[in-house]
Design a protein around this ligand. Sequence first.
Ligand SMILES: N[C@@H](CCC(=O)N[C@@H](CS)C(=O)NCC(=O)O)C(=O)O
Length: 225
Amino acid sequence: MSTVRKLYDLAAANTALRFSPYCWRIKLAMAHKNLSFETIPWHFTDKDEVAFAGASKVPILIDGETIIHDSQSIAEYLEVTYPNGPTLFNDPATRALTKFVKNWTEVTLHPAIARLVLPNIHAIIAPKDQEYFRRTREAFYGETLEVMTGKHEQYLPAFQAALVPIRNTLKAQQFLAGSGPTYADHIVFGALQWAKLTSTVPLLEADDPIALWMHALLEGYGLAG
Ligand SMILES: N[C@@H](CCC(=O)N[C@@H](CS)C(=O)NCC(=O)O)C(=O)O
């Protein structure tokens, strides 16, 4: 009997809208490994629902008896547990470089996106989450969501600048790791899918190599995005 794997996945008020960059990493990683799974929609303040996992954030994966949280831990778990599926990290050098991709994405790309999309995320999440979301994000970024909205045009260039190395790479090769996708692609994709799903304005032209790469990833994995 096959196990039904379950993934806790961040949801907006409209629970069909799943925008978490970290959850997208894992949805792609699971598809890469050809693993079937169901998602459980979760809201920011549903902390009690995930206490069983010793976690307060998603993604959380339940795979049979195993409960695991944190996207990096989940990716490593998948690689070790399902060694016969396509590899997420390829060779040791690619695996080591993936750490840089993760750190760059979280330190440079995520904040550049966050400053553009946090006000709209506040508008689309469940009303019960709004006070918590505003309080935690305003504290982290040191300004109100209204100030961020007012500075949208000012914040766009930092985002556009962060895209240049990704675009230049994808002009020269099909995926960040070369001819086939790896977890490094999933990490960067997660960030840009978060941006795409929550921005009030289109952030990429349809024929941008980055948009084409995102489309190729989703299509290659048979995922709807
Ligand atoms: N280091 C964690 C970060 C996960 C994370 O920040 N998840 C967000 C959704 S994108 C979350 O659950 N936030 C809940 C909160 O802010 O309370 C990972 O890689 O899984």
